[in-house]
Ligand binder design. Structure first.
Ligand code: PXP
Length: 248
């Protein structure tokens, strides 16, 4: 079965916030993604509100008819927003105020009490809980114990290894293949514990295929590459091309 695609539309809000104005509309973006075949919409409500704003979550909740996944830090403020707005899913992510984008997975082992407390509150509110983690056995097992229903495997390292097509020969190709194998083993292990498995971060039209071939991965969250391509070919075509890349 082909994995689902949630399109991360944070970058549409990044352009809007560059001018603190009303365009481009993330609501229009969400509707176009859905009409183009996306299975869901993902946004990250950051504590610094650098792109997505609280009101965006409220509006998206009213408009998104497929699946709304909100990435957030496991803080009291964020969990209260989720309890109020009720997205379909929350993905708990680490957050560092100085980072350009999310850097690696959440350390569930180290932050176990905070994460399991957040997961419990979200599940009580009827929200599906996913945790963004590195493909690491200890983290997977801690995520399971915390009450999460899904893990999202951080693919940043794989993305880095496959960024340049020229590096994908010899040693470069071997390292990338090893990383695919590490992700595959993590997905199989998580699945054996009863966790669903998603993947995301840095995935592109070129590198998603090797991960789409792993049957245990049933969801991808992809943003930067799709929104970048949409500048040249339009959002509709950019989403369709990613769906093709995942299903081939
Ligand atoms: N998944 C998670 C948990 C993320 O934090 C991000 C980036 O916001 C993505 C997926 C999407 O990453 P990208 O924009 O590189 O496709």
């Amino acid at each position: 079965m082909t994995a689902r695609l949630n399109v991360n539309i944070d970058h549409v809000a990044t352009i809007r916030e560059a001018r603190k104005t009303i365009e481009p509309s993330i609501i229009t973006a969400a509707v176009i993604c859905e009409q183009s075949g996306a299975n869901g919409i993902t946004v990250h409500l950051r504590q610094d509100r650098r792109h997505i704003q609280d009101r965006d979550i409220e509006l998206l909740r009213d408009v998104v008819t497929t699946y709304l996944n909100v990435e957030m830090a496991a803080t009291d403020e964020m969990i209260a927003i989720a309890e109020r707005t009720r997205p379909d899913a929350v993905s708990l992510v680490p957050e560092n105020p100085n980072e350009v984008t999310t850097e690696g997975g959440l350390d569930v082992v180290k932050n176990f009490d905070t994460v399991s407390n957040a997961a419990g509150k979200l599940k009580d509110a009827g929200i599906f809980v996913s945790i963004f983690i590195d493909p690491d056995t200890e983290q997977i097992e801690a995520a399971k114990r915390s009450g999460a229903q899904q893990i999202e495997i951080c693919t940043a390292e794989y993305a880095e290894l496959t960024l340049s097509a020229r590096a994908m020969h010899g040693e470069g190709e071997r390292k990338a293949n090893n990383e695919v194998e590490r992700i595959r083993k993590a997905a199989v292990h998580a699945n054996s514990l009863g966790l669903l498995v998603a993947a995301g971060h840095g995935l592109t039209y070129r590198n998603v295929g090797a991960l789409a071939a792993i049957p245990e991965i049933t969801e991808f969250n992809i943003g930067h590459n799709i929104i970048s391509r949409s500048v040249f070919v339009g959002l509709n075509q950019a989403v369709r091309e990613m769906i093709d890349a995942i299903s081939k």
